[in-house]
Design a protein around this ligand. Structure first.
Ligand SMILES: [Zn+2]
Length: 194
């Protein structure tokens, strides 16, 4: 990917959110990657700022990557370092604990100055989402474990398997079972990011 191609992309994208295109299969020596339902990819048209012609409108692209580390993390690390673009990685700590290889991938991500690491829960609900969100207190404990064990500096969280927002005083999709967990996390100072 060249800078020119990123620049061209910026002309057409105001926001891109990439989430959970891969999944960690916890408990296996070499996890298998599969698609899951919390994938959100949003491509919007260019936003025109008041009084400015379309060609001068400011464009932004946001890169957020879930379920890290996974097999693809090394590629993500190298592309981000080479292109010098910022990205957010949402960490699932249990994957590190269960795979030395993923532990090494995590170190690379940590050392990349363009990457910030945020919280995607310790267990990723062990892939049993309905059961997970039935106990909001345990959800908070799961996130806190991830936060402390991996020294995550910022309280920015993404719920596994769900698309909820509690950010900057605004809420979205919070009228569902996971909403109570999101509220408790917000009470603990977390910003819930999609
Ligand atoms: Zn996920």
């Amino acid at each position: 990917m060249r800078k020119k191609s990123i620049g061209a992309g910026l002309l057409y994208l105001t926001g891109v959110f990439i989430a959970c295109t891969e999944e960690v299969k916890i408990g296996e020596a070499d996890p298998v990657e599969i698609a899951v339902t919390d994938t959100v990819t949003r491509v919007a048209g260019p936003r025109r700022e008041k009084g400015s012609p379309l060609s001068l409108a400011r464009k932004r692209i946001y890169l957020t990557i879930d379920d890290s580390p996974l097999n693809g993390s090394l590629y993500i690390d190298s592309v981000i370092a080479a292109e010098q673009v910022k990205a957010n990685i949402f960490l699932v700590g249990k994957a590190i604990e269960e795979s030395r290889k993923f532990g090494e991938h995590f170190k690379k991500l940590q050392q990349n100055p363009y990457i910030r690491i945020y919280n995607h829960s310790y267990s990723h609900a062990s892939h049993r989402y309905n059961e997970y969100y039935r106990n909001p207190v345990k959800v908070v404990e799961d996130f806190e474990r991830n936060q402390l064990q991996y020294h995550i500096l910022h309280k920015i969280a993404r719920l596994p398997g769900r698309n909820l927002w509690r950010l900057g005083g605004r809420e979205r999709n919070c009228d569902q079972a996971a909403g109570q967990a999101a509220k408790l996390l917000a009470d603990e100072g977390y910003h819930i990011f999609g």
